[in-house]
Design a protein around this ligand. Structure first.
Ligand SMILES: CC(C)=CCC/C(C)=C/CC/C(C)=C/COP(=O)(O)OP(=O)(O)O
Ligand SMILES: [Mg+2]
Ligand SMILES: [Mg+2]
Ligand SMILES: [Mg+2]
Length: 559
């Protein structure tokens, strides 16, 4: 009597049942081991930093509201506050000051203002939601040739400011499209002649502009590379140091908690074929929001995103198509009795998944906000269906048309489920309206999904193609439009650039929801740049992610 395997294929009733062929990836192991488990939080030290912050915080607040300070100097102070990640401590004061200065804006006021100051003002207004017109840069173009004036190329600080300003551009702001290309070329041509901090500043911005960076890390870079600007105000330097030390302790404790949870869940034993990337996923979620009040939210979102890694690697790098069909059906049923129908190796994952969500739903129900957990769970079921669709395409050798691929690809970008999971622990600001806005699949979220999907594809399609994984956006684009691989990648990168403009637009006032609810979406797009600008930085996390994890969690010396 032949034994019917869980995956439905008939096996001869022999002593050794033959294992099905699996698309194993042999992912590189974790570079971190258990090092983050040994941290122990000293609450007295944490409270000590919080207490010590009070005085310099009041001093910086006084500076921000100081009515006698010249508006350009005030904008420059607010710029440093913002780049140091301190805006959230002074949001009301900063917004009040910017409203006053922005209301008084007249284009001719900028006639005599230099490029550097103009770019600082432009960045502050755009980052904080005011659409300062890009016309403020017109005077730096040569009216006859229509190109940027040669004379500004010697002003490296000005060029750097124009480069950072260009990252905030919207669709239709062609002067900033030109400025982006112009400043990259110019800055690359001079960077090796620069010295000291200006060289550091240009090198870092060319590696990754501030706007596409990870706020927590960008704040550390700004503190090191712009110490001259920061030390204009002693209290700002003092506050920034204490703030970093406070956050570092809190984040190392969070990383310990999620690392211990992961180890206790024994995923590395039950599903050894997956990427073991706990610090990397925690860094990813930290990128969404680093404010102390989101500590619980980070722990919840990290756990759910780790579930996604198990799911994605199971579908892409281990399960047979029959097993994937059974697991997807079980996830859709979301009932522990379905555990009988899925293969042995994935049953622990399934039980932990259901238990974790049940616990979350119970906890949030106490605050009357279980709906955010349901939204996350439904998005999780949605992505399992999306991953199944890809697996069916792979197993039948079908290459979807690009529109068909993208319809499914926005789902498999995982940014819908991650952004909704990020809401779960954010507290009462996640109102019914806020959740309804997320459920309406807004343009800003779609743009972040597109960036995730397409930038990942552009950077991972070769490695995935080698393993016979489903056709990616690159393959679909080539097939649908009959172009070369190079042209397809060029077009996909243009779509990514336009998606960034949609995100920039979505963050300008009047906003559909508060910036607190937009920030996770903006920062998810930023984390794609951090992980995938140069390579597949998640599967092979030895460069940027390793550098950032070391900077934030390994360097133990307080500032
Ligand atoms: C798609 C994407 C960048 C998602 C980012 C959000 C996120 C951390 C999802 C969890 C699963 C994962 C790490 C996918 C990226 O790797 P992959 O290249 O194996 O993803 P793929 O199988 O969807 O191509
Ligand atoms: Mg994958
Ligand atoms: Mg996948
Ligand atoms: Mg991929």
């Amino acid at each position: 009597m032949a034994a019917v395997e869980a995956n439905g294929t008939l096996q001869a009733n022999t002593k050794t049942t033959t294992e099905p062929v699996r698309p194993l990836a042999n992912f590189p192991p974790s570079v971190w081991g258990d090092r983050f488990l040994s941290f122990s939080l000293d609450n007295t030290e944490l409270e000590g930093y919080a207490k010590a912050m009070e005085e310099p915080k009041e001093e910086v607040r006084r500076l921000i509201v100081n009515p006698t300070m010249d508006s350009n100097k005030k904008l420059s102070l607010i710029y440093s506050v913002h780049r140091l990640g301190l805006t959230y401590l002074f949001l009301q004061e900063i917004e009040a000051q910017l409203d006053i200065i922005f209301k008084a804006f007249k284009l001719q006021d900028y006639d005599e203002v230099d490029l550097y100051t103009t770019s600082i003002n432009f960045q502050v207004f755009r980052h904080l939601g005011h659409k300062l017109p890009c016309d403020v840069f017109n005077k730096f173009k040569d009216s006859s040739s229509g190109t940027f004036k040669e004379s500004i190329t010697n002003d490296v600080k000005g060029m750097l400011g124009l480069y950072e300003s260009a990252q905030l551009r919207l669709r239709g702001e062609s002067i900033l499209d030109e400025a982006s290309a112009f400043t990259v070329t110019q800055l690359k041509s001079v960077v090796n002649t620069l010295e000291g901090k200006l060289a550091q500043q240009v090198l870092q911005s060319l590696k990754r502009p501030f706007h596409q960076g990870m706020p927590m890390v960008e704040a550390r870079f700004y503190f090191s590379n712009y110490d001259e600007e920061c030390s204009t105000h002693e209290s700002l330097v003092k506050l920034a140091k204490l703030h970093f030390n406070y956050l570092q302790l809190q984040q190392k404790e969070e990383l310990r908690i999620v690392s211990k949870w992961w180890k206790d869940m024994r995923f590395q034993e039950t599903t050894p074929y997956i990427r073991d990337r706990v610090p990397e996923i925690y860094l990813w979620i930290l990128g969404l929001y680093f404010e102390p009040r989101y500590s619980l939210a980070r722990i919840i979102a990290t756990k759910i995103t780790l579930f996604l890694v198990v799911l994605d690697d199971t579908y892409d790098a281990y399960a047979t198509i029959e097993e994937i069909r059974l697991l997807t059906d079980a996830i859709n049923r979301w009932d522990i009795s379905a555990i009988e129908q899925i293969p042995e190796y994935i049953r622990p994952f399934y039980k932990i998944l259901l238990d974790e969500y049940a616990e979350l739903e119970k906890q949030l129900a106490k605050e009357g906000r279980a709906k955010s957990v349901i939204a996350s769970k439904e998005a999780f079921q949605d992505i399992a269906r999306g991953y199944l669709e890809e697996a069916e395409w792979t197993s039948s050798g079908y290459v979807a048309s690009f529109p068909e691929y993208m319809k499914n690809g926005l789902i498999t970008s995982a940014y819908n489920v991650i952004s909704k999971s990020a809401l779960v622990g954010m507290g009462e600001m996640v109102s019914e309206d806020a959740l309804a806005w997320y459920e309406s699949h807004p343009k800003t979220l779609q743009a972040s999904e597109l960036i995730s999907r397409l930038q990942d594809d552009v950077m991972t399609y070769q490695f995935e193609r080698e393993r016979g994984q489903s056709a990616t956006g690159v393959d679909s684009y080539i097939k649908t439009y009959g172009v070369s691989e190079k042209e397809a990648i060029f077009e996909l990168n243009k779509m990514i650039e336009n998606a960034w403009k949609d995100i920039n637009e979505g963050c300008l006032k009047p906003r559909e929801v508060s910036m607190d609810l937009l920030a996770p979406i903006l920062n998810l797009a930023r984390m794609i740049d951090v992980v995938y600008r140069y390579d597949d930085g998640f599967t092979f996390p030895g460069k940027t992610m390793k550098e950032y994890i070391t900077l934030l969690f390994v360097g133990s010396s307080p500032m």
